[in-house]
Design a binder for this molecule. Sequence first.
Ligand code: AMP
Length: 418
Amino acid sequence: MTIDQFNFAGKKAFVRVDFNVPLDENFNITDDTRMRAALPTLKKILADGGSAIIGSHLGRPKGVTEKFSLKHILKHLDELLGIEVQFANDCMGEEAAAKAAALQPGEALLLENLRFYAEEEGKPRGLADDATDEEKAAAKKAVKESQKEFTKKLASYADCYVNDAFGTAHRAHASTALIAKYFDKDHKMFGYLMEKEVKAVDKVLNDIHRPFTAIMGGSKVSSKIEIIENLLNKVDNLIITGGMTYTFTKAQGGKIGLSICEDDKLDLALDLMQKAKEKGVNLVLATDAKIADSFSNDANTKFCKVNEIPDGWEGLDIGPESEKAFAEVIKGSKTILWNGPTGVFEFENFTHGSRSVGEAIVEATKNGAFSLVGGGDSVACVNKFGLASGVSYVSTGGGALLEAIEGKVLPGIAAINE
Ligand code: AMP
């Protein structure tokens, strides 16, 4: 079933959204992108004359925690939807069930943080540090048992299930995947956001126009090995940048000063270079760096060759020669995937490389390329530089996007398609 085909009139929909928004110390929302992203789905349900029972997580609570209460976002949700959304102080219990049952067409109910219950994630909580393996296994079994009841209860509130939380699609949690089995094929569907995400991932996995270039930045090779290995089977050009650069430079015998480096991954870096060669992939690494004499925005800086970084200095961004080389590859591409900055873009003085990558992607997109930007920090980059509207798609998923591109089946997607 697709959301466009479904008429929600008179129906109650359990909608799993990702309202895991950043809050400041006074509980003000500092970035409501995720809430806005779910609006088309919620508005369609309400406009059809359906009612929405909205479930989400916020943060990583280990139980009921005031700081992670979804009541902090209720007022803003009212403003975004233009209605007064009701709130259930507990996603379980009589209040939630009664409020869900009493919902009228066009009304919405926000449930309290689903992760206040260990059952949402299905992971035991509160185990003593010295718990034995048997105790751990018993606790796991217990939470898996009670997870069934939890999931069933959530499902009982509604006639249909809509998953619009791409950010958690890689988790087989109660509300993101397990709940789907309580609804038949005609009563479960992706929301609009999820549909768009699935389509965008499909384009870079299965509908590739060449040349295909992936730009992988960020701090650590170890966190991106699987995706890099999978991409080697797909791309024509692979730009590896950001903090990962220096592991590759050191592996090849270069001098990297104090630059970030995973010394236990030097062999892996060489191995990836060899694999790229065997597969005919053009692996592009920085040749110069913007270096700093301390890890700070106010550090003294200069440019140097990436493999000649003096003692006491560290590479915090790429240099102009690398910018030019990266931009050339990007501008000649027809499919582009960007994940991770070229440098410590949180410091204004080290944003130049990431900005230039973003600008090259925008130019390639203007010339007909399909560009997908995803993973927390690259999204922050395109937003910071005002380039989001110039790329084809900005994914809301970090881990979920990366796992999808690694070629993994995401439980949240599989549960709808089953
Ligand atoms: P990741 O979470 O692995 O995607 O990495 C993103 C982080 O990598 C950002 O916070 C950047 O500041 C950091 N990063 C990028 N380049 C460097 C670098 N040259 N040195 C240290 N950190 C970096």
